[in-house]
Design a protein around this ligand. Structure first.
Ligand SMILES: Nc1ncnc2c1ncn2[C@@H]1O[C@H](COP(=O)(O)OP(=O)(O)OP(=O)(O)O)[C@@H](O)[C@H]1O
Ligand SMILES: [Mg+2]
Length: 138
């Protein structure tokens, strides 16, 4: 494993979605995820950074962290924003629910793509979405 095990990247503009995607792609590849899982992780990162742009005033940060356990390795991503918050998380997770005339598929899609997902949010304060994926033993 390389030396760096954590990192972060600001999400302040639409361009930062691309930076997040590229960063997470290289981290996931360095961990040894297969191409299918790399694509899943990058897609999830893309959706969550896009949500920060669309729903949280482009004011957030993504942090990544390599998870090490006895028999497995994983990647955890945390998307923290300082936007308006999510009043009803269960509703936000529902397929088709959107407040922006979009598809309302982002959060439910991310949950499907990843192994773990938790959302913490406080209205008027912000939101933290944490996701993780474990690398299958080869
Ligand atoms: N970071 C966030 N801050 C505040 N509200 C959010 C945030 N992320 C999601 N939401 C709320 O949850 C809803 C559902 O999010 P989701 O990503 O599933 O769909 P969407 O962004 O509306 O559409 P899509 O992602 O399919 O383009 C959003 O419409 C918004 O109301
Ligand atoms: Mg979305």
């Amino acid at each position: 494993m390389g030396t760096q095990e954590i990192g972060e990247s600001l999400i302040k503009s639409e361009d930062d979605i691309l930076s997040c995607r590229q960063l997470i792609r290289s981290v996931a590849m360095a961990i040894g995820f297969g191409m299918t899982d790399v694509t899943r992780i990058v897609t999830a990162a893309s959706e969550l950074s896009r949500n920060i742009n669309v729903h949280a005033g482009s004011n957030g940060i993504m942090r990544w962290k390599i998870l090490q356990q006895l028999e497995k390795i994983g990647l955890q991503l945390e998307f923290e924003d300082f936007g308006k918050g999510i009043p009803d998380i269960e509703q936000a997770m529902t397929v088709g629910f959107t407040t922006s005339n979009s598809m309302g598929m982002g959060l439910s899609g991310v949950k499907r793509l990843m192994d773990e997902m938790t959302i913490k949010s406080e209205v008027g304060v912000g939101t933290i979405v944490t996701i993780a994926k474990w690398r299958k033993a080869t």
